[in-house]
Design a protein around this ligand. Structure first.
Ligand code: G6P
Length: 368
């Protein structure tokens, strides 16, 4: 096992560091020399896409959080309505599905029972099945009409990290392909986004190179009883994932919320010293986030913000700011999740927990 860890203390930190490589591989396996995403073999031609009037994205856990981002990307680029659901609910919901429905399952292992059962239900009702899977030849992959493999490589730690960022990459690629093929996304904009996607591995590496800032923060904050994550726009989806990571391996009671929703209840829980991690990476919602940060600060919260380099205004309000490299709003999830993964990791280490095998959890849940 020590050899497999290649010098890292835990699989989780090794896998966090493997993210630039995983994103790069996922991208480059399906990108041709002209910079066009090639979904060879996957039936998403113009004719196929014109028939699809609704998409369901269904998954569990971290894969579900990747689905939430995928939904936003598909609706934005391909203009097809998307419903993203957790598999354990979807399968019993009697969802309306017909032959014009595309069902996308996302799963690292490809063996999660609820996801598989949801897929079978969608298939029975006539949907076309596309899956985004990491493990080649897994059950979800075998039972799908088409498979988009992520290239994260084997993921051992129970808390998923590199699977998530490669799932995000895959979902962006699917959404971009759909938009270009349907004609709802211009070639110019498509090229810009693809070019920016290509910079993700280097930008992710930059965040990893600055891990000490997060380690220090974790060393200061590991004793908290509860932590809140908040954001707006795509930062909400990332807040969910950051909160899940922290719960899974630190056993701290953490909660993620859309910042605008705080005032409808959750703000009652903020008291002196409550740690709030505020994601403020969305330029078009930046001012709104600054107001939300002020709201929790006024109730005594200790605020750690995550912002893009260049957006320094937040320093005036937050207690601490973690910067990620600048990128377009729509792609920030690939980067902004990394400090949160590192934070969960170092908090778990500081608390002396079994990072790779947290209590009560399994890597792949093959029972109901
Ligand atoms: C388990 C794992 C999670 C994972 C979820 C879905 O709960 O602990 O990390 O996100 O299953 O797994 P899948 O293999 O379907 O992505």
């Amino acid at each position: 096992e020590a050899a497999e860890k290649e010098g890292y203390e835990h699989f989780m930190i090794k896998e966090i560091y493997e993210q630039p490589g995983g994103i790069d591989k996922t991208l480059n396996r399906r990108l041709n020399k002209e910079g066009t995403i090639v979904l060879d073999g996957i039936k998403l031609t113009k004719e196929d896409l014109d028939k699809i009037n609704k998409i369901y994205i269904v998954a569990c856990g971290t894969a579900y959080h990747a689905g939430l981002v995928g939904k936003v990307a598909i609706e934005k680029y391909a203009k097809i309505p998307v419903i993203c659901d957790v598999a354990s609910e979807f399968r019993y919901r009697d969802p309306f599905i017909d032959e014009n429905t595309l069902f996308i399952a996302i799963s690292q292992s490809g063996e999660t029972l609820d996801t598989l059962a949801a897929l079978r239900e969608a298939k029975r009702k006539g949907a076309r099945i596309l899956s985004v899977v990491n493990v080649v030849g897994s059950s979800v992959a075998r039972e799908s009409d088409d498979v988009f493999y992520t290239w994260a490589g084997p993921e051992i730690a129970v808390a998923s990290t590199k699977a998530y960022t490669t799932q995000l990459t895959a979902m962006y690629m699917i959404a971009l392909h759909m938009g270009l093929t349907k004609g709802t996304l211009s070639r110019e904009r498509y090229d810009e986004i693809v070019a920016e996607l290509k910079t993700m591995p280097d930008k992710a590496q930059k965040i990893l190179d600055n891990y000490q800032i997060i380690q220090q923060l974790a060393d200061e904050q590991f004793n908290n009883e509860s932590v809140f994550f908040m954001g707006r726009g795509l930062d909400v989806e990332v807040a969910f994932e950051g909160s899940l990571k922290l719960k899974e391996i630190s056993y701290i009671n953490s909660f993620a919320i859309a910042a605008g929703e705080l005032k409808h209840g959750t703000i009652a829980l903020i008291e002196d010293g409550t740690l709030v991690i505020a994601l403020a990476t969305q330029n078009h919602l930046y001012d709104k986030m600054l107001s939300n940060i002020k709201e929790v600060k006024a109730r005594g919260a200790y605020v750690v913000a995550v912002a893009k380099e260049g957006n320094e205004e937040v320093e005036k309000t937050a207690d601490k700011v973690i910067y990620i490299p600048d990128t377009m709003d729509e792609l920030t999830p690939i980067l902004s999740v990394i400090p949160l993964q590192l934070f969960a990791y170092y908090v778990s280490v500081a608390r002396g927990n079994d990072v790779d095998k947290p209590r009560n959890l399994a890597k792949s849940v093959t029972v109901e």
